[in-house]
Design a protein around this ligand. Structure first.
Ligand code: ACM
Length: 689
């Protein structure tokens, strides 16, 4: 068994079987996520009571006042304490404050800001100092995560924390183009980002399927390109301010020259082929592309960008630039003539020409251009920041060529990959051969929530809690990589995110309740607990998706990397490995399989009674096969009997069948049981107790 697995398993078994003694945990057992740079436990506790007050000394800012008020709000929400005097934030004459916050200056919303903070908690109170108010905002989240309780009530453990991020850019991309994500959902995700110290919302606002922002200069953009689903300028301004209060930058993305169909519905003259155009309803890569050869295009974009720049103060501006196949360019004789005349050898050269024109427009607006486009020509200003999404080698190549880079590759949370995989995706691994100068050009990374298969009801569960692990990867030191520890803290943080209104946990129950209609739901929940949506890039195979298709099915309720299935797999690994934990694994697996087996009749009743569930009937039947095989296998292990090879062959064939996806979801425990049955074929099996 890998070291990781041993630790994960022992953490799981500890949680399951041992009632942890109350008391001060060691520093490593605190529930801090991301893990700070330095944490030292001191003696004692600071008790929280209704007399708790916060005072802001040093530089004053609205961000600090609002930040401290939010923390007080969440403290009272968590503890049920009736704080007597929550309004004394700025009252310098107030006697000793429970928490004293001292910022040196107001931080700017720009890359490379100082976000460090120093926090000292003693039995007498909490003191935090930081160079900027943004540092204080980061530290306040640490304070909240330190809140603990014992038999005498709530307290903060006495600690000394010195903290700063490893990478200055820790982003979350939200794609509001493919499915519109309303403003309140953006806001609660900003709260969640702040809770795990992320600092950039990368807002993907335009796509083939939707133009999601109001333009007063070119109103047909949102009027004809969005089905009425767009952010008003007032909403945008509100969100940018909301983010700023949390020390989060908002970088807009207007994806050009491809992924641009929705622009052309209202303004077909911008495209490289005559219209008319309609909003795209399918997913994929489409032909409509800006015409980079006509001056009117640049006039249009100059006006449009200037309008948008009044809404987005951030110094960075994402131009997209991905997935342009250039088909419209190839088919347009005038564009071909332009290329010949200007010595542009191919479509890459033409796109570079386009990018350089965009960069000049953005430069005048004081914006640094960011893009997905990795084919940066030598002439492009070295200010250009490249977001790498097609493999990390491209990033190393770019920093060697002198471009600052961001890593999105490996952080594609839309794909439904394990948390552990994202967590291991260190932008600068310890064995990196980059020079220090090159390393410094890697600004950080972004979790990317592409929205083909998410909507308002499901987006939180695709982002959280996995993105908290990514946040830790980007904030904490590279040595912080213990997966068992990460999962332990992630479970705590995940529940805390609910206090911010996130729906990643509660919508699971709600959606299944709705799917079950009036039929029993508990069995359905335990079933969906062990299934997972298919890997996203495989989902288009059963049928070609369209943007209006439902996002309310079992596959949408099912969670990425579901904890129950992960635990099941760990227990199987523990059983296979033998050793002292084997007995406990055997016991726990037996209980889980017996429960799932006993669920089957009522599960089928629910599935049969609700037609929307029929598509997962094969998975439920597969589950029945799995429980039978699993319990047979456990019985053999218990009796220390080795199965006949025919038994193994038949079971493996049945388990393979149970692994076939249905309703675009798959039964994860069928994979775990395959491991178990295969292990029984080994000469040393069954493992000795
Ligand atoms: C991308 O995933 N097309 C940037």
């Amino acid at each position: 068994m890998r070291n990781n697995t041993v630790k994960l398993l022992s953490t799981l078994l500890t949680l399951m079987f041992v009632h942890l003694a109350a008391g001060q945990p060691p520093a490593s057992q605190l529930n801090l996520m991301p893990v700070p740079e330095k944490v030292e436990l001191l003696a004692g506790k600071y008790r929280l009571d209704a007399g708790f007050t916060v005072r802001i000394a040093g530089a004053q800012s609205g961000r600090l006042v609002k930040g401290a008020s939010r923390i007080l709000d969440r403290l009272t929400g968590r503890t049920g304490l009736f704080l007597a005097n929550p309004t004394s934030l700025l009252d310098a004459s107030a006697p000793a404050a429970g928490m004293l916050l001292t910022a040196g200056r107001q931080g700017e919303l720009a890359p490379l800001q100082d976000e460090s903070y120093d926090l000292v908690i003693t039995p007498d109170g909490i003191k935090m100092t930081a160079e900027t108010d943004i540092g204080i905002i980061r530290g306040l989240e640490t304070v909240l995560q330190l809140l603990d309780a014992d038999e005498n009530g709530y307290f903060f453990p006495a600690v000394r924390v010195h903290d700063k991020p490893r990478f200055p850019w820790r982003g979350l991309l939200i794609d509001a183009g493919r499915h519109f994500i309303p403003a309140d959902i953006i806001r609660r995700n900003l709260d969640a980002m702040a809770a795990v110290k992320m600092n950039v919302l990368h807002w993907h606002l335009t796509e083939d399927q939707g133009f999601r922002i109001e333009s007063k200069a070119f109103p047909k953009l949102h009027q004809l390109g969005s089905d009425g689903l767009y952010y008003t300028q007032a909403e945008i301004a509100g969100i940018v301010a909301y983010a700023g209060d949390r020390g989060i930058r908002v970088m807009p993305e207007f994806d050009l020259p491809g992924h641009a169909t929705s622009w052309f519905v209202g303004y077909p003259e911008l495209a490289s082929a005559p219209g008319p155009y309609t909003i795209e309803r399918k997913w994929g890569i489409f032909d409509p592309t800006f015409d980079p050869t006509r001056e009117e295009i640049y006039q249009f974009l100059t006006t449009f960008f200037a309008e948008m720049a009044t809404l987005f103060p951030d110094p960075c501006w994402h131009i997209g630039g991905d997935e342009n196949k250039g088909h419209q360019w190839d088919a347009n004789p005038e564009i071909q003539a332009f290329m010949r005349k200007n010595g542009l050898a191919d479509n890459h050269a033409l796109q570079n020409h386009f990018n350089m024109r965009l960069e000049k427009i953005l430069d005048k607006l004081g914006k640094t251009m960011v893009g997905w486009y990795t084919d940066a020509p030598p002439e492009l200003n070295k200010k250009y920041i490249i977001e790498v999404w097609k493999g990390r080698e491209a990033m190393y190549d770019m920093v060697r060529r002198g471009y600052r880079s961001l890593l999105a590759y490996g952080f594609y949370i839309d794909l439904i990959q394990p948390t552990e995989y994202h967590y291991a995706n260190d932008p600068i691994p310890v064995d990196s051969v980059l020079t220090e100068r090159e390393k410094a050009m890697i600004l950080g990374g972004e979790a990317t929530m592409w929205a083909e298969f998410v909507g308002p009801e499901t987006i939180d569960s695709r982002i959280w809690p996995r993105t908290a692990a990514i946040a830790e990867r980007l904030w904490s030191q590279s040595e912080v990589k213990d997966v068992a520890e990460m999962f332990r803290r992630l479970a705590v943080v995940s529940v805390q995110l609910e206090e911010l209104g996130l729906t990643h946990i509660k919508n699971f129950d709600m959606m299944l309740r709705r799917l079950a209609e009036r039929h029993p739901v508990d069995e359905l929940k335990r079933f969906v607990d062990v299934i997972e949506p298919m890997y996203t890039y495989s989902r288009d195979r059963p049928h070609v998706f369209k943007s209006h298709y439902p996002l309310t099915r079992v596959v949408d309720a099912a969670l990425p990397d579901p904890p129950a299935a992960r635990e099941f797999d760990l227990l199987v690994e523990g059983l296979i490995a033998g050793g002292k934990e084997q007995e406990e694994c055997l016991k726990s697996l037996t209980i889980r399989l017996e429960t799932l087996q006993a669920d089957y009749p009522r599960l089928m009743e629910t599935i049969n009674g609700s037609p929307v569930l029929w598509e997962v009937r094969p998975l439920a039947e597969g589950l029945a096969v799995c429980t039978t095989i699993g319990l047979e296998a456990l019985e053999l292990v218990k009796k220390q009997q080795k199965p006949a090879s025919a038994w193994i062959e038949i079971r493996l064939a049945l388990l393979k069948k149970a692994q076939v996806p249905s309703g675009e979801a798959e039964l994860l425990i069928a994979h775990s049981l395959e491991k178990l049955v295969k292990s029984m074929a080994r000469p040393d099996s069954p493992p000795r107790k």
